[in-house]
Every structure is written in C-alpha cells, then in structure tokens.
Design a binder for this molecule. Structure first.
Ligand code: FAD
Length: 406
C-alpha cells in the first residue's frame, strides 16, 4: 500500500504541498464557475488535421470518443472567425513557412489556423473515460516521452560535461519530463474519477484504476502538483493582463462583473500558491540553445495531438498542451522587457484584482500578447489540474474507508 499524503517542498518550486492543498478547494470552486462562462467555455479548434508523423488508423469507435460542436451563430459575434481575422490572423509570411499552421517565435506550441475548425463548448464535453486504449494511445504517449531528448544536454551528459553546466541542463530535461508525466497522470486521474463501469453501466470513481495508474507511482502524483504550481505561477504573472481583459459577451454587465471578480479570486489564489521559480531555468552557457530545443519539443508535442485517434481525447489533448505551452510562454518569453513596452500605455480600468493598477500588460493596449484561445486554454488547463487534485482528495477518502473496512 502506498501512502498518498504529500508534505514538504515541491521539488524545483518555492512552494510546498500543504500550500497547494490549502488553496485548492477554493480554486476548484472558482474555476468550476469560470469555465462555464461564455468566454471560457467556447474553444475553437481544428480537430481534423492529418497526423504529420505517421498514418493514423486507430480511430476510436466508442460513442464516448465523440464530441458535439456548436453552431457559429451561438458564439458571441466578437469571437467569431470573421471578427478574429481582423486582429489575429498570421501574416502571409508566417503562413507560407508552415502551411496550415503557424507559430510566432515565442510560442511553445502550434496554434491551429483560426479560420478553420469547429467551435466546441468545453463544458459539455468533459474529459473522462472514453475507452480509447491500446497501441494507438500507447504510441502517442511513447512518442511524447521520446521528445525528451535534448541534444545539448545529452551530448554534455555523455561526455560527462562540466558539473554546473550539465547540472543546469539536466534540470530543464527533468522539468520537461515532469510536465509530460504530470499531464499524463492528470489525464489518468480524470479517466479514473469518471470511469464507465461496463458491468453496471454506471459512471463513477474507480479506486483501483487510480491506484494502478497514479498512486502506485508516487512521483506521478507529485508531478500533478508540480504542473499546478507552474500554471498558477503563469496565471499570477498574467494577473494584471487578465484583470484588464474584455470578457464581455452577450451577457449582462452584472455577468461580466462577476466573471472579472472570479478571475480576480483565481489570480489572488495563484499569487499565494503559484511559487514556481522560473529564474532557475535556462541559465547556463547554452541557455538559448536549450530553450529553443525545449520549445521545439513542445511544439512537436502539440503536433502529435493531431495523431490522437479519439476526438474527445484529441480535443482535451490540444486544450491542455496549448494551456501548458501558454504558461511556458508567459514564464519564459514574457520577460520584463516584453511587459515594459505596454506599461506606459492605456491605464487599466479599476477592477477587483489586487495590483491591477500597477499592471503592465493591458490586453487593450497589447492585443497581440496572447490570443483568446491561449487565455481560454490556460484557464481550462489549470481547471483540469485543480480538478485532478480535487479528485485525489476523494480517492484518499475512498482509500481510507476501504482500509477501515478491511
Ligand atoms: P497509458 O496511460 O496509455 O500509459 C502508457 C504507459 O506509459 C504505461 O504503461 C506506463 O508505463 C507509462 N505511464 C503511464 N502513466 C505515466 C505517467 N504519468 N508518467 C510516466 N509514465 C507513465 N482516454 C480516455 O479514456 N479519456 C481521455 O480523455 C483520454 N485522453 C487522452 C489524451 C491523450 C493526449 C492521449 C495520448 C490519450 C488519452 N486517453 C484518454 C488514453 C489514455 O491516456 C490511456 O492511454 C489509455 O487509457 C490506456 O491506458 P494504459 O493504462 O494502457 O496506460
């Protein structure tokens, strides 16, 4: 039996498990409300692009693998493709360099072409057990783990490179692994928390599933916390920008004020528990090369998502890789210089978010800093991790009850 209680510092962060747990229920409640609002629930994504790495035939025929799309007419007008194309479309040059997809240099992932794809209401397509198993799913995961090969650091390690340098580079490699393994463990936790029992025909938590896939490997559970801290740090850093964002949809003024207030609460909690120290990464002599490699690997992970043979899994795979990539971009690309250039522009409207008045990055003055899909993915990904920790709490109770009965 494994004890799933975690205490003390979370490795490579300035935070401990207790702090994350002390904020998580409130965070989970706030995020649960936020992801149901029109701004955060609609995600535009192109789910039917060819797998760029191999011919994928592993389509999941299970009903649960399917998703329902939303007609464009239901989407508030300002977020539709026509309106977005005025501000968000890539330049011809960007398009030519990568037909069908593009990225800006700072991006850690490939963002789908915003003029293609479907609108999905994420709130009615929850990530849960779909029955997508077997060689297709395994191939995706193993390909993602294989991306954890860094030329610079691996070469140095092989040569038994100088201690501080090699140590530094190893850290980035470890961080990459933790991010992927933590994401995998979080997805597994959702599958086990909302599992379909084929014998009874009922949905519910499956404790043995959670034990086998996550709890029996304590580091996997630790990495869920690690990713949560990383995402929280990104949200905390983005706080002023989020405070000034225009969430206005077809809703009323009261609805918009409420959305802003809930965002404010999430940012406040993120400031409390999001103590990830991004300054320790990408510091060595080859820092720039390593950062480029890291970025390249992450972009590949986002492309591998086009190979996932189950629509709903692909959807959430894309949302979450975009969410983590956005967090990485916020931590490693939006340095003080990037924020400075907007600090003297439009004054930020008064809001409930502490620190909004000293905010550097108002979306109104810098609409290119992040795309709407990146903001939506970031918050929904944080929600998924917070939900995983919430589910872990329930599994601990189930385990204790099973122990008491035994
Ligand atoms: P898998 O989870 O497929 O793992 C494969 C191997 O990786 C394991 O045997 C183990 O050696 C190793 N491993 C497992 N977990 C970790 C970890 N955390 N860290 C390091 N190594 C690990 N299925 C659904 O039912 N619903 C979904 O929404 C869903 N979304 C998915 C999204 C993506 C992007 C992918 C690739 C798959 C998704 N799947 C989903 C499938 C699901 O993740 C599993 O692949 C499937 O349930 C089979 O599980 P498994 O127990 O065989 O091992």
């Amino acid at each position: 039996r494994q004890d799933t209680t975690l205490t003390g510092p979370i490795e490579t962060t300035l935070c401990d498990y207790e702090t994350v747990e002390s904020v998580n229920e409130e965070l989970f409640n706030n995020l649960s409300e936020l992801v149901k609002t029109p701004f955060f629930k609609y995600f535009r994504v192109d789910l039917y692009r060819d797998c760029p790495f191999w011919e994928e035939h592993g389509f999941c025929m299970n009903r649960e693998c399917g998703i329902t799309t939303v007609d464009e007419s239901e989407i508030p007008e300002k977020w539709r493709a026509a309106a977005l194309s005025k501000v968000e479309l890539p330049s011809d040059e960007q398009r030519q360099s990568l037909p069908g997809c593009y990225y800006r240099d700072s991006d850690f992932c490939f963002l789908d072409d915003l003029t293609e794809g479907d609108y999905i209401d994420l709130s009615v397509n929850p990530e849960r057990f779909t029955g997508y198993i077997g060689p297709s799913a395994h191939r995706i995961w193993s390909t993602i783990y294989e991306e954890n090969c860094f030329g610079v650091s691996d070469a140095q390690e092989e040569l038994g490179g100088a201690a501080p340098e090699a140590g530094q580079q190893c850290l980035e490699k470890r961080v990459y692994y933790k991010i992927i393994s933590g994401l995998h463990a979080s997805i597994s936790t959702h599958i086990c928390a909302e599992y379909f029992n084929q014998t009874t025909g009922e949905w519910g938590p499956n404790l043995p599933c959670f034990i086998n896939r996550v709890a029996a490997h304590p580091e996997r559970l630790q990495y869920i916390y690690f990713n949560t801290v990383l995402l929280l740090r990104a949200v905390a850093r983005l706080g002023p920008y989020l405070a000034a964002y225009d969430y206005c949809s077809s809703g009323t003024h009261a609805d918009d004020a409420r959305t802003l207030a809930v965002v404010g609460s999430v940012v406040a909690l993120a400031r409390e528990a999001g103590r990830f120290d991004e300054r320790v990464l990408f510091q060595g002599e080859n820092a720039d090369v390593l950062k480029e490699e890291f970025k390249q690997h992450f972009r590949n992970v986002s492309r591998i998502m086009d190979c996932v043979g189950c629509d709903k899994c692909r959807l959430w795979g894309k949302v979450q890789t975009t969410g983590v990539a956005t967090a990485l971009k916020i931590l490693f690309e939006l340095d003080e210089k990037a924020l400075e250039c907007v600090s003297s522009l439009t004054p930020i409207p008064t809001s409930s978010v502490p620190g909004a008045d000293i905010a550097p990055g108002s979306p109104r003055s810098n609409s290119n800093l992040l795309q709407r899909s990146e903001v939506v993915a970031l918050i929904n990904t944080l929600y998924r991790f917070s939900e995983s920790l919430h589910a872990v709490g329930r599994f601990r109770e189930m385990w204790a009850a099973a122990d008491a009965e035994a």
